[in-house]
Design a protein around this ligand. Sequence first.
Ligand code: SAM
Length: 294
Amino acid sequence: MGNRDLGSLAGRWVVETLYEEKGFICAFRADEVHYEEATGQQHLVIFDNALFGRMMTLDGITQVTQRDEFIYHEMLTHVPILAHGRAKRVLIIGGGDGGILREVTRHKSVEHVTMVEIDPSVTEFCRKQLPQISAGAFDDPRVDLIFADGAKFVEETDKSFDVIIVDSTDPVGPGEVLFSEPFYRAARARLAPGGVIVTQNGVPFMQGDELQGTMEKFRKLFKVATCYLATIPTYVGGPMALGWGTDDPSLTEVPLEELKARFNAAGLSMRYYTPEVHKAAFALPRYVLDLLEA
Ligand code: SAM
């Protein structure tokens, strides 16, 4: 396939610009655009693509696609909740599309979920245009949905949580503060004893500095600072790192048999997560270990 500018391709192409400065872009043909708006916080596009189904980009960066969202949402949710084993109060920072909220509320053992999303437009349009992602979770009586900056929320709240899930955009625009030390420090202060924080931490092969930056801060704050991996096709460049910070080392070493027992007790059907995949996700390749240890 020779040089082709996107203009020669039929239809509108939504270009993923996350790595443009590094000389890499990829594009999704938009067979139908359902919504496009500069929300005041971000530039939001929701459109249909033949391969990945309905999808959303924010500021030119892929956020969620109908076809592969289950991988990311299952792994960012069930790994911390099943490792914790007794999670009753969960905090979600970001997560506007409702995918994490859907997975958290599948756990009947979870008694309360606080979700803090900075951009009401994301939630409003995803509820309308991508309803299968949240699958009704926004109406769960256990959910407290707050539209605010997650960094401010953790500074100001006096609540504590067993699991904190940071489902943020990349460190651009409003998401940048969610990769800062003050945010991580304030979030740590909101963790109940034995709690764990997990973070969307980019694709280390493409964004190694993002993971390195978080781990440097986590090492100052937590007894255990590491990550685990999951491969989501539309987060291009190999496995994505999900940051992991806790003061309870036992959460990272739950025996497989115990994980299986918790998984069976939760009674949840999955499309990606298994207890074996949970354990294996923490086995990191050398280039990721080097980023953690840098
Ligand atoms: N799965 C996606 C990924 O890996 O990039 C993230 C999806 S979710 C749509 C990201 C959410 O973070 C967006 O809804 C965005 O509005 C929200 N967000 C960004 N900065 C935020 C902040 N400071 N406080 C709360 N939510 C924020």
